[in-house]
Ligand binder design. Structure first.
Ligand code: PRP
Ligand code: URA
Length: 208
């Protein structure tokens, strides 16, 4: 069974309060999603493998460590895009794939409409990124799309999850660890996370 990590950090809590507040405007919302993405990355990357190498400092040759695998960030369009800049800020060598999945507003079923990945994604540590883990349908579909490229090292990174989404993801992909900034109470009858932060894509891009 995969591990579920809910980040426990005062700075993340502070920024999540801003994201949850319905009075927070588009600019501040977008900046804050990116900032939480950056903070969360520190924890996600804790178990990344490293390899030893020799480095010559100005004083002498010493042992040093670098990441063993390349990292690929895969945002789920649209809302996942909001977290990419923050993650990329601290893993600047990461490359970026994209998956397009939207959720039908009536049935809540995921629909795939786009996929573009780096050619050698198979050997990378892949971060599938989406702020909202609601029914878990979109995240599960996106991870399946990534697995079809032969990837075996995958983590899901989100801002707000709920028990329904975590259960679905753990059932569908027991090998994928889940990292969240907050774990909320439940899904309402319209498929929104409660208390949540509303429609993340619309708040990021000012579409409502
Ligand atoms: C939202 C969100 C997730 C999905 C989560 O996207 O960004 O991708 O819903 O819901 P689920 O866990 O029930 O699948 P949406 O489909 O609204 O598209 P958007 O990112 O374009 O706003
Ligand atoms: N997608 C969102 O943007 N918000 C929710 O609460 C659920 C799905």
């Amino acid at each position: 069974m995969s591990k579920v990590v809910v980040l426990d950090h005062p700075l993340i809590d502070h920024k999540m309060a801003k994201l949850r507040d319905k009075h927070t405007g588009t600019k501040e919302f977008r900046e804050t999603v990116s900032e939480v993405g950056m903070l969360i990355t520190y924890e996600i990357s804790r178990d990344f493998e490293t390899v030893e190498k020799e480095v010559e400092t100005p004083i002498q040759i010493t042992k040093a460590y670098e990441l063993k695998k390349p990292v690929v960030i895969v945002p789920i369009l649209r809302a996942g895009l909001g977290m990419v800049e923050g993650i990329h800020n601290i893993i600047p060598t990461a490359r970026i794939g994209h998956v397009g999945v939207y959720r039908d507003e009536e049935t809540l079923e995921p629909h795939e409409y786009f996929a573009k990945f780096p050619i050698d994604i198979k050997d990378a540590a892949v971060l599938v990124v989406d702020p909202m883990l609601a029914t878990g349908g979109s995240a599960s579909a996106a991870i399946t799309m990534v697995k079809k490229r032969g990837v075996t090292d995958i983590r899901f990174v989100g801002l707000v999850g709920c028990p329904e989404g975590v259960k679905r993801l753990q059932e569908d992909h027991p090998d994928v660890d889940i990292f969240l900034a907050a774990m909320d109470e439940y899904l309402n009858e319209k498929g929104y996370i409660v208390p949540g932060l509303g429609d993340c894509g619309d708040r990021l891009f000012g579409t409502k």
